[in-house]
Structures are given as structure tokens and as C-alpha cells.
Design a protein around this ligand. Sequence first.
Ligand code: C5P
Length: 237
Amino acid sequence: MADDRLIAALDVPTREEAERLVQQLGDSVSYYKVGMELFYALGGDIVTWLKAQEKKVFLDLKLHDIPNTVGNGLCSLLRLRPDILNVHTAGGLRMMKAARDALHAAAEEAGIPCPKLIGVTVLTSMDAEDWAGLGHTGTIAEAVLRRAQLARVAGLDGVVASPAETAEIRRICGKDFLIVTPGIRPVGISHDDQRRVMTPGEAIRVGASQIVVGRAIYAAEDPRMAAESILKEMEAV
Ligand code: C5P
């Protein structure tokens, strides 16, 4: 049976492929992540369609711009009624605060529940070499923790982070802070471009609130079987 802790990434380019995948997964998956590939192709219609199927939606657009623009951008997305929205923590404390305040005010004015707002810490595809190449001197783990703390101070509901940093974020930010972890690979599945990965069970064990799974589900020969085996692994924790 479905479990909101599993978020399947709808990283496909067309409406037909998205609908086929959602139908194949049926009641095994209740939460979907719509990212830039599908959103840029189809706009908000895909979110509206998922909501009409009674699915929950994490709209993963990783907003990163000046505070005013991010705040207004989130308000525009609110009308789609997503369950989770996100900004990039690299936008800084002021930007995150402005984002949160704008979203809460808009939801209150519209008389609808406010979606959860979370911050992307550092992309799970980054490794130490990528990080140093950007001119950062500290480690990725240090940056992730610092950004998670900033997100909490800004009043965000949680973060997106790699499973590798999840235990420490959980310890520092408390039990109610949402930690959504991509970079999930069941045993024996290719890591692709992800560098900091864990299995679904390990991610839950270290404290993830929700896991995002893309290729390990949508590229599987039998996506439903792949999702069910992930659910079973999570339940066993
Ligand atoms: O296919 P895979 O399971 O690696 O997909 C992971 C998904 O999570 C992708 O949609 C990617 O955009 C997203 N993501 C990520 N790392 C982040 C934030 C989001 O991999 N820090």
C-alpha cells in the first residue's frame, strides 16, 4: 500500500509518459515529484492533473533568485496547490525568509493550507571535486549542515539533502524538520550521475522523512514492482 514517505520523481518529458507511469504505479505511489523537465514541457497542467488523481505533489523547481522574485514566484505556484515547494538555500537567509513570508501571506489570503516550503542544500550529484572547483574551501557536509540550519532559522519546514548528511541534520534541526532525500539507489542499481547515495532502507534509518526515487522506479523494467520492493524495504526499518 502507498506510503507518503516514498516520492516518485516524474522525470519524463511528455504528458503521455507521465500518465502511463502514474497509471502503472497505481495505488502503490501516493506522492509525485514534478521537476523542471516535465514542468517546463507542460506547465501547471500536470500538477492539476495529479491533484485530480488524488496524488500529492512535490513541485521541485528549486527557485534561486533575488528575494522579491522568489517570493512572487512561489505565490504564482500556490494556485496549483502543490503539497511541497522548494527554493535553493544558496539564495541565502534573506531570500529564504522572504520566500517563506510571501508564501504564508498568500496562502492565508487565499484561505488555503500553506504548502510545505523546503530548501535544497547541495545537489546530491556534487562530489568533493565539483565542490572545490566552485572555489569552496570547506567540505560539502559542512555546507549542507550550515545551509540546513539557515533554512531552519528562516522558518522553512525542512530541506532536501543527501542521505549522507541526514543523521547530522536530524540531530541539529530536530525531529519535526522535514528531510527529503534524493540520491536513493536500491542495492544493485546503477548510481548514474549521483555521487552520494544510500539504499531506501538506509535513508529511512538515518532519519529521512521522505525519499525521492527517480530512475530506480521509472527506468525499471517493472516500475510497480520496483516501487513495491522499495516500500517493503522502508516498512522493514
Ligand atoms: O533518478 P534519481 O533517483 O537520481 O533522481 C533524483 C531526483 O531528485 C531528480 O529529479 C533530481 O532532480 C532530484 N534532486 C536531486 N538532488 C537534489 C535535489 C533534487 O537529485 N539535491
